[in-house]
Design a protein around this ligand. Structure first.
Ligand code: GDP
Length: 332
């Protein structure tokens, strides 16, 4: 059986990827950090097939030990400080984990495997946030980077060091430049889930207001379940490479809000939404829209869930989830 090692196993993508790999017959090893990590326990309950391995992206010897223990054929580096807003207040931590963590993982692979004799394949979770103040629209693998947050800067370092290790040491190392990808497992701090959860709670009478920041920025939002397929496909190629993964459609936060409220039959969403400067960022990424032609042509990848289906899926999930928690009936 092929063996896969996944960092960031407790996150949205880690969970989707673990399910995908398990379905394909992989032995899945998931790295978790810290003592009595509550999210690790949750992963263990929901996905008992994942073997948890202790390690920390801040600690190279722990990565070497984790790889020695799990002996993977494929390594997926999804672990990061991934919330853009937090990266402004914890910039050094973000640089260390999201940026230098990639370098440590690559070094660990070189020490444990990744040679011609034992070619471990590596996937790096690069991000559309690297495009930042976009130089061209839509964005492709050739679009120059201009990150607008410590998170974006750290991801650029991660991306560049993967290219460098590929070119310097011949590693089979690929990067997926993934545009925003969402779903019912998305953290509540991200705008899609914040909105769909609030809409569900407002519909159920559990909440009366949704407080947001910038409603004008635009994102190319896809479904995380579709995007982890692209990660796996990249590592099945004979040659490593970089791929934009995106839907090619963009929508504003305001469109997201309108659509989510419409799902529960509320048209006058302005009565419930308030803006607060505390949710605005020191620098903003105004517009993202990706051109995934390369992934389509070389990997045969295409997304299956569109924006409307994604919002519906998330609102439906949050309605059920919040109603169950509160002991209420799910509205029709
Ligand atoms: P990001 O693209 O990785 O930063 O994903 P987010 O979901 O955190 O943010 C997407 C966009 O939504 C950004 O342009 C934010 O400025 C905007 N936004 C507006 N209000 C909010 C809010 O209350 N929370 C978050 N997270 N983002 C917001």
């Amino acid at each position: 059986m092929p063996r896969a090692f996944v960092t960031g196993i407790t996150g949205q993508d880690g969970q989707h990827l673990a399910e995908l790999l398990h379905g394909k017959g992989y032995d899945v090893f998931g790295m978790v950090k810290g003592q009595s990590n509550p999210r690790a326990q949750q992963v263990q309950e929901e996905m008992p097939f994942v073997e948890l391995v202790s390690g920390d992206l801040a600690d190279l010897p722990s990565l070497v030990a984790a790889l020695e223990m799990s002996q993977p054929d494929e390594v997926y580096n999804l672990g990061a400080i991934s919330f853009v807003a937090l990266s402004f207040s914890q910039a050094e931590l973000t640089a260390n984990i999201t940026g230098l963590g990639v370098l440590r993982m690559l070094e660990a692979i070189r020490m444990v495997g990744g040679t011609q004799n034992n070619p471990v394949r590596f996937y790096q979770a690069s991000s559309s946030e690297m495009f930042g103040k976009v130089r061209e629209t839509p964005q492709t693998e050739m679009t120059p980077f201009h990150p607008r947050s410590p998170y974006g800067c750290a991801k650029v370092f991660g991306h560049d060091i993967v290219v460098n290790y590929r070119e310097s040491y011949g590693l089979h190392a690929s990067s997926g430049i993934l545009f925003n990808h969402e779903g019912p497992r998305r953290g509540i701090e991200f705008v899609t889930r914040k909105v769909t959860n609030a809409v569900a709670r407002i519909k159920l009478g559990l909440q009366h207001e949704l407080v947001l920041g910038n409603l004008e920025s635009k994102r190319d939002w896809g479904y995380a379940g579709d995007y982890v397929r692209a990660m796996w496909m990249m590592l099945q190629q004979d040659e490593p490479g970089d791929y934009v993964v995106a839907t090619g459609e963009t929508h504003s936060i305001e469109e997201l809000v309108t659509r989510a409220f419409a799902e529960v039959g509320i048209d006058n969403w302005g009565d419930y939404v308030r803006q607060d400067p505390k949710f605005f960022r020191p620098a903003e990424v105004d517009l993202l829209i990706g051109d995934a032609s390369r992934a389509r042509e070389q990997l045969g990848w295409r997304p299956e869930v569109d924006f409307g289906q994604l919002v519906k899926m998330m609102v439906t999930h949050d309605l059920e989830h919040e109603a169950n928690k509160a002991g209420l009936a799910v509205p029709d």
